[in-house]
Design a protein around this ligand. Structure first.
Ligand SMILES: [Zn+2]
Length: 94
């Protein structure tokens, strides 16, 4: 992921996902002009290894948590379109 600088997440796993969620218009480079309203966990903790095989845990919330859930889904073949809240959760970027 490119977060100010590139950060490598090897074998990321969520060790905590908050019960609290929020709704957000998500986008994806797979379909650049489509926005999809999805529900995401507000906070999470991800454990992962870096490129030097060192273990890390990172607590994230809000925008960062949303981004990580989006990218984590890609690893499992899930696109944000598959998480659309309902059939009104799609719009074109203006
Ligand atoms: Zn994406």
């Amino acid at each position: 992921m490119n977060i100010d600088k590139p950060v490598v997440f090897i074998n990321p796993q969520f060790t905590f996902l908050s019960e609290g969620t929020f709704e957000v218009w998500d986008d994806c480079m797979c379909f650049p002009n489509l926005l999809v309203k999805v529900k995401r966990h507000k906070e999470l903790i991800v454990s992962y290894k870096d490129e030097a095989w060192q273990s890390h845990e990172w607590k994230m919330k809000d925008d960062m948590a949303e981004l990580l859930q989006h990218e984590y889904d890609h690893l499992n073949g899930i696109l944000c379109t598959m998480r659309a809240i309902d059939d009104k959760s799609f719009k074109w970027r203006m």
